[in-house]
Design a protein around this ligand. Structure first.
Ligand SMILES: [Zn+2]
Ligand SMILES: [Zn+2]
Length: 171
Protein backbone atom coordinates (compact mmCIF):
# COMPACT_ATOMS: atom_id res chain seq x y z
CA UNK A 1 0.00 0.00 0.00
CA UNK A 2 1.21 3.46 -0.92
CA UNK A 3 0.65 5.88 1.92
CA UNK A 4 1.61 9.50 2.25
CA UNK A 5 4.46 10.07 4.65
CA UNK A 6 5.10 13.76 5.36
CA UNK A 7 8.72 12.97 6.22
CA UNK A 8 9.33 11.71 2.72
CA UNK A 9 7.39 14.11 0.60
CA UNK A 10 7.08 13.99 -3.15
CA UNK A 11 9.16 15.67 -5.77
CA UNK A 12 8.02 19.28 -6.06
CA UNK A 13 6.45 20.26 -9.37
CA UNK A 14 6.04 23.99 -9.96
CA UNK A 15 2.81 25.15 -11.57
CA UNK A 16 3.26 26.81 -14.95
CA UNK A 17 1.70 30.14 -15.91
CA UNK A 18 -2.06 29.76 -16.40
CA UNK A 19 -1.79 25.98 -16.11
CA UNK A 20 -4.93 23.94 -15.48
CA UNK A 21 -5.27 21.63 -12.50
CA UNK A 22 -5.54 18.66 -14.88
CA UNK A 23 -2.21 19.45 -16.49
CA UNK A 24 -0.56 20.04 -13.13
CA UNK A 25 -1.89 16.76 -11.70
CA UNK A 26 -0.54 14.75 -14.64
CA UNK A 27 2.86 16.37 -14.31
CA UNK A 28 2.90 15.88 -10.56
CA UNK A 29 1.92 12.23 -10.69
CA UNK A 30 4.41 11.45 -13.42
CA UNK A 31 7.32 13.49 -12.08
CA UNK A 32 10.53 11.65 -11.40
CA UNK A 33 10.34 10.07 -7.95
CA UNK A 34 6.57 10.41 -7.65
CA UNK A 35 5.26 7.82 -10.07
CA UNK A 36 1.69 7.83 -8.88
CA UNK A 37 0.19 5.68 -11.57
CA UNK A 38 -3.40 6.89 -11.58
CA UNK A 39 -5.72 9.66 -10.47
CA UNK A 40 -7.44 7.06 -8.35
CA UNK A 41 -4.22 6.23 -6.53
CA UNK A 42 -3.52 9.90 -5.78
CA UNK A 43 -7.10 10.21 -4.51
CA UNK A 44 -6.47 7.33 -2.13
CA UNK A 45 -3.20 8.81 -0.89
CA UNK A 46 -4.87 12.15 -0.19
CA UNK A 47 -8.04 10.50 1.13
CA UNK A 48 -10.22 12.60 -1.10
CA UNK A 49 -12.05 9.79 -2.91
CA UNK A 50 -12.52 10.24 -6.64
CA UNK A 51 -12.17 14.02 -6.92
CA UNK A 52 -8.74 13.75 -8.53
CA UNK A 53 -10.31 11.81 -11.41
CA UNK A 54 -12.86 14.59 -11.85
CA UNK A 55 -10.22 17.30 -11.81
CA UNK A 56 -8.05 15.48 -14.33
CA UNK A 57 -11.14 15.28 -16.55
CA UNK A 58 -11.77 19.01 -15.99
CA UNK A 59 -15.18 18.35 -14.44
CA UNK A 60 -15.97 21.13 -12.00
CA UNK A 61 -19.76 21.34 -12.19
CA UNK A 62 -22.04 19.52 -9.77
CA UNK A 63 -19.70 18.63 -6.95
CA UNK A 64 -17.50 21.69 -6.69
CA UNK A 65 -13.89 21.41 -5.48
CA UNK A 66 -13.68 21.93 -1.73
CA UNK A 67 -11.17 23.80 0.37
CA UNK A 68 -10.38 20.63 2.36
CA UNK A 69 -9.57 18.69 -0.81
CA UNK A 70 -7.32 21.44 -2.14
CA UNK A 71 -5.58 21.61 1.25
CA UNK A 72 -4.89 17.87 1.09
CA UNK A 73 -3.36 18.34 -2.35
CA UNK A 74 -1.31 21.24 -1.05
CA UNK A 75 0.19 19.07 1.69
CA UNK A 76 1.38 16.45 -0.78
CA UNK A 77 2.53 18.81 -3.53
CA UNK A 78 3.83 21.57 -1.25
CA UNK A 79 2.25 24.10 -3.60
CA UNK A 80 0.40 26.87 -1.72
CA UNK A 81 -3.37 26.42 -1.43
CA UNK A 82 -3.99 29.80 -3.11
CA UNK A 83 -1.76 28.89 -6.02
CA UNK A 84 -3.59 25.58 -6.46
CA UNK A 85 -6.94 27.41 -6.54
CA UNK A 86 -5.66 29.52 -9.45
CA UNK A 87 -5.57 26.35 -11.53
CA UNK A 88 -9.34 25.88 -11.13
CA UNK A 89 -12.04 27.97 -12.83
CA UNK A 90 -12.72 31.05 -10.69
CA UNK A 91 -16.14 31.45 -9.05
CA UNK A 92 -18.86 32.29 -11.54
CA UNK A 93 -16.79 31.13 -14.52
CA UNK A 94 -18.46 28.35 -16.51
CA UNK A 95 -16.06 25.79 -17.91
CA UNK A 96 -16.57 23.25 -20.64
CA UNK A 97 -16.61 19.62 -19.60
CA UNK A 98 -15.04 17.04 -21.90
CA UNK A 99 -13.97 19.11 -24.91
CA UNK A 100 -10.44 20.38 -24.62
CA UNK A 101 -9.76 23.45 -26.72
CA UNK A 102 -6.23 24.53 -27.46
CA UNK A 103 -4.18 27.35 -28.92
CA UNK A 104 -1.57 25.49 -30.98
CA UNK A 105 0.64 28.60 -31.01
CA UNK A 106 0.79 28.55 -27.17
CA UNK A 107 1.61 24.84 -27.25
CA UNK A 108 4.54 25.49 -29.57
CA UNK A 109 5.94 27.91 -27.00
CA UNK A 110 5.31 25.62 -24.04
CA UNK A 111 3.13 22.57 -24.34
CA UNK A 112 0.69 22.24 -21.46
CA UNK A 113 -3.00 22.82 -20.92
CA UNK A 114 -4.18 26.28 -19.82
CA UNK A 115 -7.26 26.57 -17.62
CA UNK A 116 -8.56 29.66 -19.46
CA UNK A 117 -9.05 27.56 -22.60
CA UNK A 118 -11.92 25.77 -20.84
CA UNK A 119 -13.94 28.85 -19.94
CA UNK A 120 -17.09 29.51 -21.93
CA UNK A 121 -16.15 33.18 -21.86
CA UNK A 122 -12.82 32.55 -23.62
CA UNK A 123 -13.28 33.19 -27.33
CA UNK A 124 -9.65 32.87 -28.28
CA UNK A 125 -6.06 33.25 -27.22
CA UNK A 126 -5.32 36.82 -26.13
CA UNK A 127 -1.61 36.27 -26.51
CA UNK A 128 -1.76 35.25 -30.17
CA UNK A 129 -5.13 36.78 -31.10
CA UNK A 130 -6.23 33.43 -32.48
CA UNK A 131 -9.39 31.40 -32.00
CA UNK A 132 -9.00 28.13 -30.13
CA UNK A 133 -9.21 24.76 -31.85
CA UNK A 134 -11.96 22.56 -30.35
CA UNK A 135 -10.51 19.39 -31.93
CA UNK A 136 -7.86 18.27 -34.37
CA UNK A 137 -8.26 20.22 -37.60
CA UNK A 138 -7.47 17.18 -39.76
CA UNK A 139 -9.01 14.10 -38.13
CA UNK A 140 -11.49 15.90 -35.82
CA UNK A 141 -10.54 13.74 -32.85
CA UNK A 142 -10.36 15.26 -29.38
CA UNK A 143 -7.22 16.64 -27.83
CA UNK A 144 -6.15 15.33 -24.43
CA UNK A 145 -4.43 17.11 -21.58
CA UNK A 146 -2.01 14.23 -21.14
CA UNK A 147 -1.04 14.08 -24.83
CA UNK A 148 -0.38 17.85 -24.95
CA UNK A 149 2.38 17.37 -22.40
CA UNK A 150 4.18 14.87 -24.59
CA UNK A 151 3.62 15.62 -28.24
CA UNK A 152 3.44 18.71 -30.41
CA UNK A 153 1.06 17.00 -32.78
CA UNK A 154 -2.27 15.21 -32.86
CA UNK A 155 -1.61 11.77 -31.39
CA UNK A 156 -4.30 10.27 -33.65
CA UNK A 157 -3.33 11.47 -37.13
CA UNK A 158 0.02 13.16 -36.56
CA UNK A 159 -0.91 16.64 -37.77
CA UNK A 160 1.65 18.97 -36.22
CA UNK A 161 0.71 21.96 -34.06
CA UNK A 162 2.87 24.02 -36.43
CA UNK A 163 0.42 23.24 -39.24
CA UNK A 164 -2.57 23.70 -36.96
CA UNK A 165 -1.57 27.27 -36.05
CA UNK A 166 -2.19 28.20 -39.69
CA UNK A 167 -5.75 26.89 -39.36
CA UNK A 168 -6.57 29.02 -36.31
CA UNK A 169 -8.66 32.00 -37.32
CA UNK A 170 -7.79 35.47 -36.06
CA UNK A 171 -10.22 36.99 -33.59
ZN1 LIG B 1 -1.91 31.25 -27.93
ZN1 LIG C 1 -5.69 14.46 -35.82
Amino acid sequence: MYTFDPNHPYTIVHPLEGESIASFLYRFRQAKGNRISSARQLGEILEVGTVINRWEDLLFGGRKPKQKQVEALSKATRVEVDRLWQMFPPKGEQSQPNTIRICAACCLEDSYHRIAWQFHSTAGCDRHRLRLLPRCWACEKDFSVEALLKELRCVHCGMSFKSMVKKQKPY
